[in-house]
Design a protein around this ligand. Structure first.
Ligand code: THU
Length: 159
């Protein structure tokens, strides 16, 4: 028996330390939280995706009375970007959430299903997607989706 360790590192930035394009991306993720359709959870999530051509695509979580039919902000954003700009590689994704009248102190992280969808995009375009998770106390920056989803399943395993 052998033990194998998987190590993931993340960087915690003060908002002011971020490069200008990442500040804009975080600002956009925060801005769109007001557009979330979240009447059930009242948990408003915004995601903003920077594409290779410099465009930013943003979207929010969309809930449904049949709860499982709703969708997280990250997947709405990525699916829309991939549909609208299929030839533009995603470079970075920022996520922000707003609940009970304020942004959260600590960042939220994408759910498992979203990580799997984000990973597909990372593999499809063959380029790491930087993930920026906004919290009032700091912004977590993870260098790739792969780093967020160790032991992941991807098309290289399909026979
Ligand atoms: N949600 C997201 O949009 N992104 C996340 O990373 C976590 C959760 C949404 C799903 C649901 O509409 C609400 O937040 C509460 O779970």
């Amino acid at each position: 028996m052998e033990e194998r360790k998987i190590v993931t590192s993340l960087f915690v930035y003060a908002y002011d330390e971020l490069p200008a394009d990442y500040k804009r991306l975080v600002d956009e993720a925060k801005r769109v939280t007001k557009d979330a359709y979240a009447p059930y959870s009242k948990f408003h999530v915004g995601a903003a995706l920077l594409l290779a051509n410099g465009e930013i695509v943003s979207a929010t979580n969309q809930e449904n009375a049949a709860y499982p039919s709703g969708m997280c902000a990250e997947r709405v954003t990525m699916f829309y970007a991939n549909s609208r700009y299929p030839n533009q590689s995603p470079k970075a994704l920022a996520i922000a959430s707003f609940a009970e009248g304020d942004f959260l102190d600590e960042p939220i992280t994408p759910c498992g299903a979203c990580r799997q969808v984000l990973l597909e995009a990372e593999m499809r375009y063959g380029a790491d997607i930087n993930v920026l998770l906004y919290g009032k106390r700091g912004v977590y920056v993870v260098s790739s989706v792969k780093a967020l989803l160790p032991l992941s399943f991807d098309s290289s395993l399909l026979k």
